[in-house]
Design a protein around this ligand. Structure first.
Ligand code: NAD
Length: 284
């Protein structure tokens, strides 16, 4: 499909993960999510990012079954919600996600949040118990890859110090206003792929004059420029939309290239701004 090369990255265990996926946070369960998944697959996406928190795993499963492409060709991510931390709870939560999705296996399972420092101080580092359960799910081949989300360097160090299988992916808030340069450097040194959530700044970055000016030069949109910037930085990215034309647009990023100067201009937009909570301060 023209312009939808959808490059893949190869995770440390050899599993291939498409670099662009469809995010479905705030996609309503039912037709909206089912259609978004189907349109995405038609547009060349082979990767969907959901979570029990989004309350649409079942609809993602329906979309995958109805999309006309074999399930094996689609990379599905789901996540362990915060209330389900702990060894046994994690195993039970995984089974629930798998049933909701109606899948035999999940491609990538992530710890959604480590939980904020105040909660961890009270309850202990339960994400380490969750990680042991992740390793069991991985050994049993119920998941093809395991990773984390919203982990800072100190959380990753905790896991790396105790794990048998290291996290393969860390999904974090990442966009031009918060490019996570330090965390990306650390993750690269540990063979952990970084995945961008809210890559478009939840839609807030799309009128930025620097981005729209670069976009105009390439006859592209600001959204496409940001996603291309992700690709060229080797970042996995999961833009969300439920609108067919935007879903298609967000995948048309393999037919142009940003210059080193344009990449540097976007890199320089960083202000460490977050649209979502900081992992250390999260109170949920
Ligand atoms: P996003 O940055 O992908 O922005 C999505 C919004 O941008 C849409 O709702 C729409 O308003 C707008 N948009 C999208 N494409 C557009 C286009 N081409 N033109 C104009 N407007 C466009 O925001 P997001 O949904 O927060 O993040 C993407 C995905 O990341 C989520 O759906 C979810 O799967 C994941 N996520 C994970 C976490 C986590 O804690 N792990 C947190 C937030 C999001």
């Amino acid at each position: 499909m023209s312009g939808v090369g959808n490059t893949v990255v190869t995770l440390p265990n050899g599993v291939k993960m498409p670099q662009i996926g469809l995010g479905v946070w705030q996609s309503a369960a039912g037709e909206a999510t089912e259609n978004a998944v189907k349109w995405a697959v038609q547009a060349g996406y082979r990767h969907i990012d959901t979570a029990p928190l989004y309350e649409n795993e079942e609809s993602v499963g329906v979309g995958i079954r109805d999309c006309g492409v074999p399930r094996e060709q689609i990379f599905v991510t789901s996540k362990l919600w915060n209330a389900d931390h702990g060894y046994e709870n994690t195993l039970a939560a995984f089974e629930k996600s798998r049933k909701e999705l109606g899948l035999d296996y999940i491609d990538l399972y992530l710890i959604h949040w480590p939980r904020g420092n105040a909660i961890v101080a009270k309850e202990g580092k339960k994400y380490l118990d969750s990680w042991r359960a992740f390793e069991k799910l991985y050994e049993e081949k119920k998941v093809r890859a395991i990773g984390v989300s919203n982990f800072n360097i100190h959380h990753l160090e905790d896991v790396l110090a105790m794990c048998k299988v290291a996290p393969m992916v860390n999904q974090v808030e990442l966009h031009p206003l918060n490019n996570q340069a330090e965390l990306r450097k650390y993750c690269a040194s540990k063979n952990i792929y970084v995945e961008a959530w809210s890559p478009l700044g939840q839609g807030n970055l799309l009128a930025d004059p620097q981005l729209t000016s670069i976009a105009a030069k390439h006859h592209k949109s600001a959204a496409q420029v940001i996603l291309r910037w992700d690709i060229q930085h080797n970042i996995i990215t999961i833009p969300k939309s439920v609108h067919k034309e935007r879903i298609v647009e967000n995948a048309q990023v393999f037919d142009f290239e940003l210059s080193a100067e344009e990449m540097a201009t976007i890199d320089a937009m960083n202000t460490n701004h977050r649209y979502g909570p900081s992992p250390d301060d999260a109170d949920f």
